[in-house]
Design a protein around this ligand. Sequence first.
Ligand SMILES: [Zn+2]
Ligand SMILES: [Zn+2]
Length: 408
Amino acid sequence: MNKSIRSTFLVCSLVVLSFVLSVLTVGATEETSPVKALADRDVYYPGTEDLAPDEMRVIACGTGMPNARPKQAAACWLVELGNGDKFIFDIGTGSAERLSAMKIPYDYLDKVFIGHLHSDHFGDLDALWVGGVVGNRINPLRIWGPKGHKTEYGTAYAIEHMEKMLTWDKGSRLGNVDIRGLELEVHEFDYKAVNNAIYNENGVKISTIPAIHALDGPVSFILEWKGLKFAYSSDTFPNKWWREHTAGSDIAIHECFLPPSLLITKQGFTPGTALNVGTQVHTSPAQFGKIMSEIKPRIAVGYHFFNDFDTAPVVTADIRKTYDGLLALAVDYMVFNVTKEDIKVRMAAIDEDIWPQPATQPKIPAELDKRIGFSKETISGRLPFADIVKDMFDEVNKKYGTEVPLPH
Ligand SMILES: [Zn+2]
Ligand SMILES: [Zn+2]
């Protein structure tokens, strides 16, 4: 073999060898490397992903029932948009904990839309209201909800009395913490109005349509932004307004109750109650499928049932009698990333050791003169342990350069 042939052979051998090695290397990196992260983890870790300017992220923060269970809080959906806006739709009992797991500063969780005044749709409003203040919210909490057929059945009445219920709680915080976040801003609207724009800010439009559920008052919501359409039923019987105004939604979330057979065997309802509640007050899986087949969303999401290994197959089979489109049966922490091109569905991985995020603006010191204080009888029982406390005041003042005086 002469020199040039030998070098050509060598080069060819090296090319083949490097090709073989690169194939092996690529295969090893993507599939079985013991040291490299997987390219796609297929899980949502809160607080670790940017939203694209035209992307919507929808997170199930409550998908269950009025009766509490660890796996599923009651109704709550968080919608995050690529423009930075965030909206909470319903805040059922137990859901404030789920919202906290999203690692979002409370100042951004300041807009709540209540579909109706069942406790499984607004029972954690107090937790978000007061807990949000302790968690560094300094913005007022803004609430939108329907009027009732009488004043006392409306949202403003409910919120006014929630404040009254928490008179002691609110009073106890005066002069002790920055309480600006305790301010409430309530917007009541007509539940009978059809396609009624109740919010129009920053390119985001939120409209309501009437819902039919238990009593007059409930509504469903439609959020439109940058050509994307999110529809959320809250609770409703299938109805003509939903059929007309949510058609073609990118993501349509509608209640899907357990079928009467499971309401009897699992929930403990009598046959009469199961049939009434399961098909007349609420929407059964087959009715859910029927209404979805009429509006044809890009993805249909069913919620409002205990979604377990033994209920999901029954619910799915009933839905598939009437609907063959893309379907998700929600559980808490299901995450939907929606763009015009794609819909990605994942589960969030939750850190249970959650702490609040910082406020978005500087906090102000508590106004000491606003303190309500104690009676003489109560104060007479204090054991100040002044030496121990003085050490703590000295330590903190030194570390942070402050001059907080030791109380007498
Ligand atoms: Zn309800
Ligand atoms: Zn409900």
